[in-house]
Design a protein around this ligand. Structure first.
Ligand code: CP
Length: 311
């Protein structure tokens, strides 16, 4: 089992078979978590570099734990104390790490396409840990796996993404993965946060969240990026809460077994009430656990394609 690519840059360019390969590879890694020794020698002797230009709690630590559970060595580049602050380019930083004979570079960057630039210029496997508003493929995969694990299928499910779709790389990766596997995807949020052309991807738009929640099997709530409030994309946080916060009252209108997801970090009391975040329908902590298994699967599946000759 392997992926026919050197890098994981996004889910747009993976096909249905690739996505199923990743889902299938994730299950045995997850079963490892119930054992007393949660480690395999799969990547013994390999080195994984974490190159994060943006803050992260979940993705960075999840990749680090995943790599260590596969017995890889992990190096964290602290960007703020690296030669990046002296003006070194992304490509030069990548080539410097490659010259140290590393096997994977996991990169998060505020610029769309930064992982792609690195991947084109290096033989080392590059994994996108979130780039700009573009994609966050391993978050999309862990969301996909969590839905599959809970609902035992993806095809035919109705999945609703709520919130800031336009700035969300998580939303983009979810949409690519879910639609390829036959789910019906809808989005809900203020018109300023939903790009009209999202319909071209086969996605339905609901501006009324109360109407949308009645129809779906899964609600994935996105973080409201409060830092964007200066851009006047919605009138006020108070109004956003009134119209789009997932509350108990709104959830009462949904199907009984509806799955509540959030990629984190959460703004409790803004896009989601604490009551819902901690409810039995919520699988937010399971998403985090599944993230490690999914990332182990991705590192494993890219292993066979890594550069063994030219590095
Ligand atoms: N979901 C997610 O990407 O979280 P972090 O920013 O904490 O990595």
């Amino acid at each position: 089992m392997s992926l026919n690519c050197k890098d994981l840059l996004g889910l747009e360019h993976l096909d249905k078979k690739d996505l199923q390969t990743i889902l299938n590879a994730t299950k045995p890694f997850k079963s490892l978590f119930t054992r007393s020794v949660r480690k395999t020698p799969t990547l013994a002797g390999k080195t994984v570099v974490m190159l994060f230009y943006e803050p992260s709690t979940r993705t960075r630590n999840s990749f680090e734990i995943a790599a260590k559970r596969l017995s890889a060595n992990v190096v964290n580049v602290v960007v703020s104390t690296s030669s990046v602050v002296k003006g070194e380019s992304l490509i030069d930083t990548g080539k410097t790490l490659e010259a140290m004979k590393v096997d994977y570079i996991i990169i998060r960057h505020s610029l769309t396409g930064a992982p792609d630039i690195l991947a084109r210029n290096l033989n080392t496997s590059v994994i996108n840990a979130g780039d700009g508003f573009h994609e966050h493929p391993t978050q999309g995969l862990l969301d996909l796996y969590t839905i599959y694990d809970k609902k035992k299928k993806i095809e035919g499910l109705k999945v609703l993404l709520v919130g800031d779709i336009v700035h969300s790389r998580v939303a983009k990766s979810n949409i690519w993965a879910l639609t390829k596997l036959g789910a019906e995807v809808a989005v809900s949020g203020p018109p300023t946060l939903i790009p009209e052309n999202i319909k071209d991807l086969g996605v339905k738009i609901y501006y009324d969240l109360d109407e949308a929640v009645k129809k779906v099997d899964v609600v994935n709530i996105l973080r409201i990026q409060l830092e964007r409030q200066q851009e006047n994309l919605f009138p006020s946080v108070h109004e956003y809460v009134e119209l789009y916060q997932l509350t108990k009252e709104r959830l009462n209108k949904a199907k009984p077994g509806v799955l509540i997801m959030h990629p984190g970090p959460m703004n409790r009391g803004i896009e989601i009430s604490s009551e819902i975040a901690d409810s039995s329908n919520a699988v937010i902590n399971e998403q985090v656990t599944n993230g490690i298994a999914v990332r182990m699967a991705v590192l494993y599946l890219l292993k066979k394609r890594e550069n063994v000759s030219s590095n």
